[in-house]
Design a protein around this ligand. Structure first.
Ligand SMILES: *Cc1c(COP(=O)(O)O)cnc(C)c1O
Length: 484
């Protein structure tokens, strides 16, 4: 194997700033005072807070060292399945931080917010175009929030017809948030098993679809990275009983500008701008999960909505059938600007980005299927899912293998998800990785597969080159030790 990316080099230990401080040390000095001392407030004369005394270089090194402990898409490949951890062009961050946009106050009157309102209006139009849906609301702040909004829309739709349905069909290859969102909206989720090809069969849906079922929630591409090929037929079955079809479109990175969601029978779809459209996912920062709907659901979209009349943009609350407000003001505007900038700078290349994401995932699948068990051996979309079946014989688990991957300089992929695959290893390379980097990743996994056979103990003790070894994850979550 070529030289590994992983290293044991200069990863420095670092105490808390309190551990580094030394009385009397300073970061800068002020000129000698040439006026009398004047006390502004009695309260300020007492003991100050216990801040450590530090020099400038102490502070700079402290934070710079801590920053080297991070691993992110700016450091290396981050093949986390179901998360789309792709590199996002820095220009989009730059646009979002332009003072006029970053400083725009949501309480400014419409006359002073024409630019920002127009950007939101246009972003909704672009997302409609990319997905093939009729109308969009940018308000939901996350994917799961978008799902919940979608459920409320479906509920409002049935209510407008004087109906109250109680169930939602959720296949076992849907994202875990789907049944949670349906339940939060008061629906009972009805599980359906995918077939031996890893997708839903129309017969399975027909069996459970009835007039008390509000609709179906399909993740497409699904969590096995497979396209639900029968979706059109499934949508017809659901529609024929008066139900609605919800598509979890968080995996849009595989199908941007390729699949016309309206045409395949989707009534409501959510996107994750913080995955597909240039905001990194997984940082816990603000997100945006727009909901896209067909015409018949538009009257129920949340308020306020951005509208345009004679070239003037405004926010309208005058939408009588709306499900109401879901977020303060209008959602997370910074994420929207990045998506707007990304879409404009990519143009028709968005489609190419999806094609490359799919190509990269299939390349990895083909290169690794000799050494890892591939439960569904068919063309995948943006991610591929292996299992640890082959390595199990040597008592090596998925966890052992991905811990070892860190020694080779890669962030581990998603593991043990989706649940339908035992010991799942779910890899999503995204379109932004070069062939050279993907080859290095493949070589690392092949080397690990060999180690699993020849030296399993090496994997049981992995990682060996990282700053921290195996953590007790339960205790780490329950009793966090913030002092490092
Ligand atoms: C990430 C993801 C979600 C949830 O999105 P959040 O923004 O984390 O709430 C839902 N469905 C799928 C398929 C996803 O990949």
């Amino acid at each position: 194997m070529k030289e590994s990316l992983g290293t044991t080099g200069l990863i420095l230990n670092e105490p808390l700033l309190w551990g580094k401080g030394k009385k009397g040390r300073r970061a800068f000095s002020l000129p000698r005072r040439d006026v009398e001392t004047f006390l502004l407030n009695e309260d300020l004369t007492g003991e100050g807070p216990d801040f450590p005394d530090l020099s400038e270089v102490d502070v700079v090194r402290h934070y710079t060292r801590l920053s080297t402990w991070n691993f992110g898409v700016d450091t290396g490949m981050y093949p986390l399945g179901s998360c789309t951890m792709k590199y996002n062009p820095k220009t989009n961050e730059r646009q979002a931080s332009l003072p006029g946009l970053a400083g725009a106050h949501p309480l400014l009157p419409g006359s002073l917010s024409q630019g920002t309102l127009r950007m939101m209006f246009e972003l909704e139009r672009y997302l409609s175009e990319i997905t093939g849906m009729d109308a969009v609301s940018l308000q939901p702040a996350a994917g799961a929030h978008g799902e919940f909004t979608g459920m409320l829309l479906i509920y409002a739709y049935h209510k407008s017809k004087g109906e109250r349905r109680s169930k939602i069909i959720v296949p076992d290859t849907a994202h875990g948030t789907n049944p949670a969102s349906a339940t939060l909206c008061g629906y009972q989720s009805i599980p359906v098993k995918s077939n031996e090809e890893g997708i839903l069969s129309p017969e399975a849906v027909a069996k459970v679809m009835d007039e008390d079922t509000a609709g179906i929630m399909v993740t497409n591409p699904n969590t096995l990275g497979l396209f639900e090929e029968n979706i059109k037929e499934i949508a017809e079955i659901v529609h024929s009983k008066g139900g609605q079809v919800y598509c979890d479109g968080a995996n849009m990175n595989a199908v941007m500008g390729i699949v016309h969601m309206g045409e395949i029978g989707i009534d409501v779809l959510h996107l994750n701008l913080h995955k597909t459209f240039s905001t990194p996912h997984g940082g816990g920062g603000p997100g945006c999960g727009p909901v896209c709907v067909r015409k018949h659901l538009e009257p129920f979209l949340p308020v306020p909505r951005v509208i345009e009349e004679n070239g003037i943009y405004s926010l309208s609350e005058d939408i009588p059938e709306s499900i109401g407000r879901l977020h303060a003001f209008y959602g997370n505007f910074g994420v929207m600007i990045k998506a707007y900038s990304y879409i404009l700078s990519m143009g028709a290349n968005l489609k190419k980005a999806s094609q490359l994401a799919v190509l990269n995932a299939n390349y990895i699948k083909e290169k690794l299927k000799d050494v890892f068990h591939l439960p569904y051996d068919r063309p995948c979309m943006h991610e591929c899912v292996f299992s640890d079946k082959i390595q199990e014989a040597n008592k090596v688990t998925t966890l052992d293998m991905v811990k070892r991957l860190m020694d080779y300089g890669f962030h581990p992929p998603t593991i043990y998800f989706p649940l339908v695959v035992h010991g799942a290893i779910m890899i999503e390379p995204t379109e932004t990785e070069s062939k050279e980097d993907i080859d290095l990743f493949i070589e690392a996994l092949k080397a690990i597969a060999l180690e699993a056979k020849e030296n399993p103990d090496l994997l049981h003790d992995a990682p060996s080159r990282c700053k921290v070894k195996r953590l007790d994850e339960t205790t780490a979550a329950r009793k966090p030790c913030l002092a490092g």
